[in-house]
Each structure stands twice: as structure tokens, then as C-alpha cells.
Write a protein that binds this ligand. Structure first.
Ligand SMILES: [Zn+2]
Length: 230
């Protein structure tokens, strides 16, 4: 990421890396400085506080990073391949090797991709937790071809979205199971058939987006609520 950054952002990233290594902030707190720079500007914690100039610089870098990642995945979630914006759901910069287990790769472009809120949340709440080790697809691995692991059919009409996945490889099978693709098949169908449920699901996504990583239990509750209505 530093190759894309100006000198001001580079200094912020290096400062954050130093604080993570020293144990004075967590990887999630460091990532919040990057992903929610305006909040970091107002922070009381000296390690995560940044100046207005740094905030502006980080926000510019964030847009460059997002643009690079979006074009790399052709506007689809790296894991489930749903099209960005098609169903109004939120999208996140995703750490392939999770932040908590691999803080050294937090600002490494090779470790970043783009994912929908469902895949991002499910992965961070299961696979990325410290005591779990499952082999799911790595969309940034060398010569990666999605259809060697997972095939899918997605038929979208004005009133109906039909989505079905078939896992081909072991990684594809783990991805289907661990990222709860069966749920995605259901969410697509239910939200396309019922505009009210779709609206509520989008509102939940938006609220979850606004929460910090430290609000884990509230996030869990909101996503469980989305599960319950779909
Ligand atoms: Zn997804």
C-alpha cells in the first residue's frame, strides 16, 4: 500500500505498524484509522489520533486502494462473486489473512481484496478468529481461477434472483460451508421476492458498517437479526 501512498500517508502507516508491533494498539484499531480516518482525527487515544492533513492524505489513499481492488475483482465480491451494487449491500476492503492473526500484512496490497458485507462479516467472525484454521479460497494466490474451486449460476430478473453454488475443490467446499453460501442463496431469493425485507436488510448492513470492530457483540446481534428476517 505504501507504493500508492504519499509521504504523509506513509508516515501514518509506519507509525501504526510501529504501535501494533509494540502492542499499544490492536490491528483492528490501526485499520480503523485507515478505514474511518475522520473518526481517527477526533480520537482521544494518542496512538490512533491523526491530524487534519493526515486525515486528508489517508482518505485519498483509501480511494486509490478501493479503486485498485474493485478493478482487480471486476466489480464482484472476491468470494461469492455477487455483483457490487446490484442488491444495495455494503462492500468492504477484505484482509485475506485476517488482521488479528496476521497484523504484519494489514497494509499489504497482496493481502487485500474486496468483499460483500456478508462474506466479510462471516469470515471475520469465524475463519479469522485466532483458534480456527480452515483452507478457503485465496483470490490473490498465484494463477487463481475461481471456477476451478466454485461454479455458480446467478439468474436475475426484475423480481427474482436465483443463485446456486457448486463447490469443485476442497477449498471451494470449505468456502461454501464456512462463508455460509447456502445463506447467500437464500438471502438473494428472499430479498428479491420481498422489497420490504430487502429494505430492512440494507438498513441493517448500513448500521453494521457504521460500527467499529470493537462493537463485535452488537455486530453479531445485527447480523443475526438479518439472518432471522431473511
Ligand atoms: Zn460475498
Amino acid at each position: 500500500m505504501k507504493k500508492l501512498a504519499d509521504p504523509t500517508s506513509i508516515k501514518v502507516l509506519e507509525r501504526l505498524e510501529k504501535y501494533i508491533a509494540a502492542g499499544s494498539i490492536t490491528a483492528s484499531q490501526a485499520w480503523s484509522v485507515f478505514s474511518k480516518a475522520d473518526g481517527a482525527l477526533k480520537s482521544d487515544k494518542k496512538e490512533t489520533k491523526i491530524s487534519a492533513r493526515e486525515c486528508e492524505s489517508i482518505n485519498k489513499l483509501k480511494e486509490i486502494v478501493k479503486s485498485r481492488l474493485k478493478s482487480k475483482i471486476s466489480g464482484r465480491c472476491a468470494y461469492c462473486k455477487r455483483v457490487m451494487g446490484q442488491h444495495g449491500m455494503s462492500w468492504h476492503i477484505e484482509h485475506i489473512k485476517g488482521k488479528t492473526k496476521n497484523p504484519e500484512f494489514i497494509f499489504d496490497m497482496d493481502n487485500l481484496t474486496y468483499a460483500c458485507i456478508d462474506c466479510n462479516y462471516t469470515k471475520s467472525s469465524s475463519i479469522d478468529r485466532p483458534n480456527i484454521s480452515h483452507l478457503i479460497i485465496n483470490p490473490n494466490s498465484e494463477s487463481f481461477q475461481y471456477n476451478k474451486h466454485i461454479r455458480f449460476i446467478h439468474i436475475a430478473t426484475e423480481n427474482l434472483h436465483y443463485l446456486r453454488y457448486t463447490a469443485i475443490s476442497d477449498e471451494g467446499t470449505f468456502t461454501y460451508t464456512e462463508l455460509a453460501f447456502e445463506r447467500l442463496e437464500l438471502i438473494e431469493l428472499v430479498t428479491s421476492l420481498n422489497p420490504i425485507i430487502k429494505d430492512i436488510a440494507i438498513r441493517i448492513d448500513t448500521r453494521v458498517d457504521d460500527l467499529d470492530d470493537s462493537d463485535e457483540s452488537l455486530k453479531d446481534f445485527m447480523m443475526a437479526l438479518k439472518d432471522a428476517i431473511t
